[in-house]
Design a protein around this ligand. Structure first.
Ligand SMILES: Nc1ncnc2c1ncn2[C@@H]1O[C@H](COP(=O)(O)OP(=O)(O)O)[C@@H](O)[C@H]1O
Ligand SMILES: O=P(O)(O)O[C@H]1O[C@H](CO)[C@@H](O[C@H]2O[C@H](CO)[C@@H](O)[C@H](O)[C@H]2O)[C@H](O)[C@H]1O
Length: 430
């Protein structure tokens, strides 16, 4: 079923009035650090006391539509409510973030398409942490986690790789991705007046006993434990994913040489420098590398890729790796995220992650360099990357591209971590 958004009413406008204080404190809010103009673009009434507000957030750098499910309850928030879930009060009713609320979850599941799952919405657990969206773990009848609902925080019309790609990979018979079980869509009118049809969220099979790949790597780095073996297994999993992506979506018949990647690297530099002006200090070195890449006569065929692969996007359970979160780079426009690309981009993303894991795990200097070199060797061997000059140059350019993205991402979201991409730029451009 497709949900149709209504025009916002006075209650929606009042709730949006409260969001100016509440949103900037949310980890997933993409316009932190700037005074955003917030306007309601639509509202979905899932139940008499549950609404999903679609809110445009606009700053000089960001222009997105956010999804904010709320529950309106008479009186003050019940005792024991997580203070972070209290948005405020309108007309004698408290406004609560509804992502983990049983009434929101039940209404969401009733409106969703797909095979579905037998879950207990009354025992939902909202996942906290470093996320761009909000995920809710739902147990089955036996109480064990069965499914996880990802409520997309930034919504956009059109296909959504985070939902379409896993569906196609499962259809292609690849079992390295949790199967999508249900998905919901809505129609709304964009701020420019155009009709939009887009996804609101997806329910996926829960991987039991899963360990986040980034946390695992940080722990191993902190213990000085070599990560070569799991990295090699991860490399093999990613190679399997790329094969399945070609089966599901095909690959470009012609290769385009290095010019396209070189241009995108220069564009990335311009984008990154606009966000973080101090990156201009690397401009000459980035352009020199782009010129080298432009000289490549051929590059591997382009295909669908994950697009934002890092250790936080892989889960390890029962000695196996699973890949999640196919939405691509959240800071990039959707249209750019669904284009065919070089598969090595995903490998480069994971290589960057080893730098992060070493730093966050507490390694510095030679110890960090040795740990990451070992993990990198494992990943490349497991994936089957050859150490020929073309692959080496492509990987360096793709790592640099990712590092420039990370410099902006960290400046916007986690300034304390900005030294990690900064050190990466020094290493790559030294
Ligand atoms: N299928 C799954 N099974 C178990 N845990 C999961 C699953 N999918 C996601 N998670 C957990 O939820 C977290 C958030 O998921 P993710 O897709 O990365 O969200 P976001 O887009 O918000 O970054 C992951 O880091 C992981 O810990
Ligand atoms: O997981 P998301 O889709 O939200 O991706 C964004 O956030 C990531 C951080 O949560 C960010 O990844 C960067 O930090 C990771 C450690 O937290 C590290 O493993 C990655 O290598 C590094 O890029 C990602 O870039 C961003 O798009």
């Amino acid at each position: 079923m497709i949900l149709d958004a209504l025009a916002p009413d006075d209650v929606d406008r009042e709730v949006v009035g409260l969001l100016g204080t509440w949103l900037p404190q949310r980890r997933w809010y993409p316009a932190k650090g700037a005074d955003a103009e917030l306007t309601p673009v639509g509202t979905l009434h899932l139940a008499d006391d549950v609404r999903v507000l679609l809110v445009r957030a606009r700053t000089d750098a960001v222009d997105v539509v956010l999804q904010v499910p709320v529950r309106l309850l008479a009186g003050t928030a019940p005792a024991g409510t997580d203070p972070a879930a209290v948005v405020g009060e309108v007309g004698g009713r408290s406004v609560l973030d509804a992502t983990g609320d049983p009434r929101f979850l039940a209404a969401w599941l009733a409106a969703a398409d797909g095979p579905g799952a037998d879950v207990d919405v009354s025992s939902a657990r909202v996942v906290t942490g470093e996320q761009s969206n909000t995920s809710v773990v739902l147990p089955g009848a036996d109480g064990a986690p069965t499914a996880i609902l990802k409520v997309l925080r930034t919504v956009a019309g059109g296909e959504n790789p985070d939902i379409d790609v896993p569906r196609r990979l499962v259809e292609a018979g690849w079992d390295g991705v949790p199967a999508p079980l249900a998905w919901s869509q809505a129609r709304w009118t964009s701020p420019t007046g155009a009709p939009e049809l887009g996804y609101l969220g997806v329910l996926s099979a829960f991987v039991p006993g899963a360990q986040d790949g980034f946390e695992l790597a940080c722990t191993w780095a902190g213990e000085g434990r070599a990560f070569r073996e799991p990295a090699a297994e991860l490399g093999a999993t990613v190679a399997g994913m790329h094969t399945a992506l070609v089966q599901a979506f095909g690959a470009d018949a012609v290769t385009d040489g290095g010019a396209v990647l070189a241009r995108s690297l220069v564009d990335r530099l311009a984008w990154a420098t606009a966000g973080v002006p101090s990156l201009g200090g690397y401009a000459d070195a980035v352009r020199a590398l782009a010129d080298e890449v432009a000289g490549l006569a051929t590059t591997p065929p382009r295909q669908r890729v994950h697009g934002d692969l890092h250790l936080g996007q892989v889960l390890r359970s029962t000695g196996r790796w699973f890949v999640i979160d196919f939405e691509g780079e959240p800071l990039a426009p959707l249209a750019a995220r669904v284009l065919p690309d070089l598969a090595l981009r995903d490998v480069a993303g994971l290589l960057r992650s080893f730098d992060y894991a070493a730093a966050v795990g507490g390694l510095t200097g030679d110890a960090a360099a040795a740990w990451t070199a070992d993990a990198r060797a494992g990943l490349l061997a497991g994936y089957g990357v050859l150490d020929d000059p073309t692959s080496t140059l492509l990987l360096r350019a793709l790592e640099l591209d990712k590092t420039l993205y990370e410099a902006v991402y960290e400046a916007r979201n986690r300034p304390a971590w900005a030294p990690i991409p900064q050190a990466g730029l020094e290493r790559l451009l030294r």
